[in-house]
Write a protein that binds this ligand. Structure first.
Ligand SMILES: [Zn+2]
Length: 212
């Protein structure tokens, strides 16, 4: 089961629950704000969240992570390059918005990590490094469910901004076309800020043509 929930802090960001229907255990991706709203959903639905997964270290994807991690006693996971963002409010962009957000207890994982539920090892997501929007951006992929949680690397009808610390447009284009748009065409792409799209739909955009 996938549940999408837009949460609003300075910006509105899509948080996602990716939940195993059998055990009702699962993952919470990008809790960008509204910790109390997300905790209420977890309680109401009876979800057991085993891990919080971040697609990248921008504050609008992780502002509620520490509060939820503390409330549920679950780890926060992100790519190993995420330390630059987690520990630096200028890099995670919170400082520019008058906030001062830091994460100090994070499991930093290498590219290719397979993240499985303790309650059901067959339910898992694979972390794939796709730098460009940030140096630590990843997508989390399930081949079984044909879904990729892509953060801000690619959106419906657009792609991620690259003028923030660690961003690079050439690198982003290589990541998006070489990794995300190489997934099966029917793969559903769930982004940080737009409606769902698919690999097949995004491969047709003219701006990717020189790279495909
Ligand atoms: Zn971002």
């Amino acid at each position: 089961m996938i549940l999408s929930l837009p949460v609003t802090g300075v910006f509105t960001t899509n948080a996602y629950f990716y939940i195993d229907d059998v055990t009702v255990h699962g993952f919470l991706l990008d809790p960008g704000a509204e910790a109390n709203t997300l905790l209420a959903v977890i309680r109401q639905k009876g979800f057991t969240i085993e891990k919080i997964l971040l697609t990248h270290g921008h504050f609008d994807h992780m502002e509620a992570a520490t509060e939820i991690s503390d409330a549920l006693s679950v780890p926060i996971c992100m790519h190993e390059k995420g330390r630059d963002y987690a520990e630096n409010p200028r890099w995670n962009l919170s400082e520019g918005c008058g906030l001062y957000i830091k994460l100090d207890d994070v499991n930093y994982l290498p590219d290719g990590s397979e993240i499985a539920l303790e309650a059901n090892q067959a339910f898992s997501l694979a972390m794939h490094h796709v730098p460009g929007h940030t140096t630590d951006s990843v997508f989390y992929y399930s081949a079984k469910d044909n879904v990729a949680f892509v953060g801000d690397s690619i959106f419906k009808n657009s792609f991620g901004l690259t003028h923030f610390p660690g961003g690079d447009e050439g690198t982003l284009m290589q990541s998006v076309t070489g990794k995300i748009l190489n997934l099966p065409e029917k793969t559903i792409l769930l982004s940080g800020h737009t409606e769902p799209t698919t690999v097949g739909a995004e491969r047709k955009r003219s701006w990717y043509a020189p790279f495909l």
